[in-house]
Ligand binder design. Structure first.
Ligand code: F0G
Length: 458
């Protein structure tokens, strides 16, 4: 049968103008910004692929829900709308709203993690790791080895290596492991999904040692889509059925609603254990707000509820993930080195291959980000040596295995013509790559240096 082409399952009701600048203007702007893309005004960016977090476009139904938000301090109607949607979608009983994902981590870990604990997972996200290490506990990365090779075409590169996980729990002693964190999809590993088989197996190990399994669920719907199209036995299941099954193997979740709930701010914790819910509630009131708003306004919670329903529809996810893959395929066609397979929310340029003459000590992925901005006004983000920062004890640079420029695609925001602009920019950088030089840092903060560092071209 002839395959029909796909198109977005929505049309555009309202638009936001963006403007293209000249290359001369951009060179001036990036110089003034100390060669750091975080210091550029968003107005001076044409296609902004810095993050897919909080940058999505809400639907007409979400905007309508905003008007109906109930701003009552306690027992708001919008809270119950959100809570019921989460109960129905995930099966988790207790829900605590928070202002974003890292706030959910802060609250949950305040109740769960003690000094010296070991928290295994699959390439914990930076803030997750930060909240673990802040409590003088240790995040142990148990991701499968294939994740470290940008060329291996494994369908579920976010999977946890079961032997590593079991060994980590055995060595630590189960009583020192407050939870296992399974990140779906795995952002730090390149937006790579986790298979249902892996979730089931990790869950069995957690049950064996009586350790709670918590999902870092920022991109759970995108993970469910990959299970549907890549894993045997799931082709005929709906996304909502897959989501329900994924969460049925765990004890709780933290959520950054800025991703797969398609809102600009918000997050939550959802868990089954009543005692843990009670412990978290105290921290939620202290850090976030009362139990039925936790850092969000009523209208935010109302829009979040609608967003969760919209993002768990196959047609939406298909167009979303196909757009990411479109950019990946087009870059590959033009000979640009990209991480494979393509992730759910972003395409990653392999800076070591793109700029082989620039050593990691001279920040090649940062160079790539600056050049792409100069050529086309496109903003990505460095996921390499700048982000990896210094060893806290030796103060030496840490050199990660992968040196990447992430191009994260906001949900429902750009067209494929914008993607073509990105491809064009990358081609221009490629043509000129032999003339590009490395960088030296001229200023850096003692921690989280990537946000504010300044650079000089060598
Ligand atoms: N977990 C994952 C997997 C994430 O990707 C993020 C955020 C968080 C937790 C924290 O959520 O930002 O709402 O506090 N990722 C963003 C990004 C910042 O650009 O990838 P938050």
């Amino acid at each position: 049968m002839e395959k029909m082409p796909y198109a977005e399952p929505f049309k555009i009701k309202t638009i936001e103008n963006i403007k293209q600048t000249t290359k001369e203007e951009r060179i001036k702007k990036i110089e003034e910004a100390g060669l750091n893309l975080f210091n550029i005004a968003a107005e001076d960016v044409y296609v902004d692929l810095l993050t897919d977090s909080g940058t999505g476009a809400m639907s007409d139904n979400q905007w309508a829900a905003i008007m109906q938000g109930d701003e009552s301090y306690a027992g708001s109607k919008s809270f119950f709308l959100m809570k019921n949607t989460i109960n129905e979608l995930t099966g988790f009983k207790f829900v605590l709203p928070t202002h974003q994902g890292r706030a959910a981590e802060n609250v949950l870990f305040s109740a769960l993690i003690k000094e010296g604990n070991i928290v295994p997972g699959n390439s914990h996200f930076d803030t997750t790791k930060g909240h673990i290490e802040f409590r003088k506990a240790f995040a142990v990365d148990c991701t499968i080895d294939e994740a470290g090779d940008p060329e291996i075409d494994h369908p579920f590169k976010g999977n946890i290596n079961l032997e590593k996980l079991e060994k980590t729990i055995e060595e630590a002693g189960a009583e020192n492991v407050p939870c296992v964190i399974h990140t779906i999809t795995c952002n730090s590993g390149g937006g790579q999904p986790v298979s249902m088989e892996n979730i089931k197996a990790v869950s069995a190990i957690c049950k064996k040692y009586n350790v709670p399994l918590i999902f870092d669920s920022a991109r759970f719907a995108e993970n469910a889509y990959f299970i549907k199209i890549r894993e045997e036995g799931y082709a005929d299941k709906t996304i909502k059925e897959i989501v329900k099954e994924m969460f049925s193997y765990g004890d709780g979740m933290t959520m950054s609603a800025k991703k797969d709930a398609i809102v600009n701010i918000g997050g939550f914790i959802a868990i089954n254990d009543e005692k843990l819910y009670e412990a978290c509630s105290t921290f939620n009131i202290m850090f976030e707000g009362y139990l039925t708003y936790g850092g969000m306004s009523g209208r935010d919670m109302a829009a979040l509820a609608i967003g969760l329903k919209e993002s768990t529809v196959y047609e939406y996810l298909h167009s979303r993930i196909e757009q990411v893959a479109y950019l990946g395929r087009r870059l590959e066609e033009e000979g640009i080195p990209v991480l494979k397979p393509f992730g759910g929310h972003a395409i990653f340029l392999d800076a070591k291959k793109f700029l082989p003459h620039i050593p990691q000590s001279q920040y090649p992925a940062q160079v790539l980000g600056i050049e792409l901005y100069k050529e086309a006004g496109v903003r990505g983000v460095e996921i390499g040596t700048v982000l990896a920062d210094r060893d806290p004890i030796t103060r030496e640079n840490r050199y990660p295995k992968l040196e990447l420029l992430r191009l994260a695609i906001p949900r429902r925001v750009y067209t494929n013509n914008h993607m073509e602009m990105v491809v064009w920019g990358c081609k221009k950088v490629m043509e000129n790559r032999d003339n590009l030089r490395g960088l030296e840092i001229t200023y850096e903060a003692p921690i989280m240096r990537h946000f504010t560092a300044k650079f000089k071209s060598l």
